[in-house]
Design a protein around this ligand. Structure first.
Ligand SMILES: [Zn+2]
Length: 218
């Protein structure tokens, strides 16, 4: 097992990082402190192996990030909706990326119907996706394959949820440029796989239809 560094090490690392950034790009932090204008909102899993900025090579100030267990966007989640509204209405991001990852523990727990206490309520929406696609999932040969497919289906459902929020619907209605992307990340190779067509407006959302939830449709 990897040795966990003492907390002092993190502070030492931070001072070294800040000094290195300032050395290579003098004024970087002073400039960034004035305002943020990232072009992207990232909605991803809280898993420590899926660090948003590093995966896509983005620097501080370039990615607005929201993470939770199993990258969910529920219509009653004030936290996610507040992030979404701030990103769309105030920062005016051009892209929203919903990025799941294969081997997601939250998704696996939903598939196994594991008893988790309060966390069961959180992953209930994933269980609903699982039940809706039970037939397809049951045909896969291994549990790992079922988990990975459910990770994909879950991302697609969350993209639908994002698209259905009044925040995104209103942005599209007023002509704001806003594209929603569905991605899944491979823990084993560090690569992102786009899952489906980009949804860039009310028309393209309508056109998604049922095919969006079918494997091999894209
Ligand atoms: Zn996860």
């Amino acid at each position: 097992m990897t040795k966990v560094p003492g907390i002092d090490q993190l502070l030492t690392n931070n001072r070294a990082w800040a000094a290195e950034v300032e050395r290579t790009r003098p004024g970087f932090f002073a400039h960034l402190a004035e305002q943020q204008s990232p072009g992207y909102l990232w909605i991803g899993c809280a898993d420590s192996r899926v660090p948003a900025n590093e995966i896509v090579g983005m620097e501080p100030g370039e990615l607005f990030v929201h993470r939770n267990v199993a990258n969910l966007v529920n219509h009653a989640d004030l936290n996610a909706l507040s992030v979404l509204q701030f990103a769309v209405d105030v920062i005016k991001v051009k892209h929203i990326i919903v990025c799941g990852h294969y081997g997601c523990s939250g998704v696996r727990a939903a598939l196994r119907d594991t008893r988790l206490g309060v966390a069961e309520h959180w992953i209930r929406p994933v269980r609903d996706v699982c039940e809706a696609h039970r037939h397809e999932l049951d045909m896969l040969p291994t549990e790992a394959a079922r988990v990975d497919r459910l990770c994909e289906l879950n991302v697609m459902q969350q993209v639908r949820n994002v698209c259905r929020t009044p925040i995104v619907q209103d942005a599209w209605r007023r002509g704001q440029k806003l594209a929603i992307h569905s991605w899944v990340y491979g823990l084993g190779d560090g690569l992102v796989r786009p899952l489906g067509p980009t949804v860039a407006g009310l028309k393209s959302f309508d056109e998604l239809g049922a095919s969006y939830l079918m494997r091999g449709a894209f």
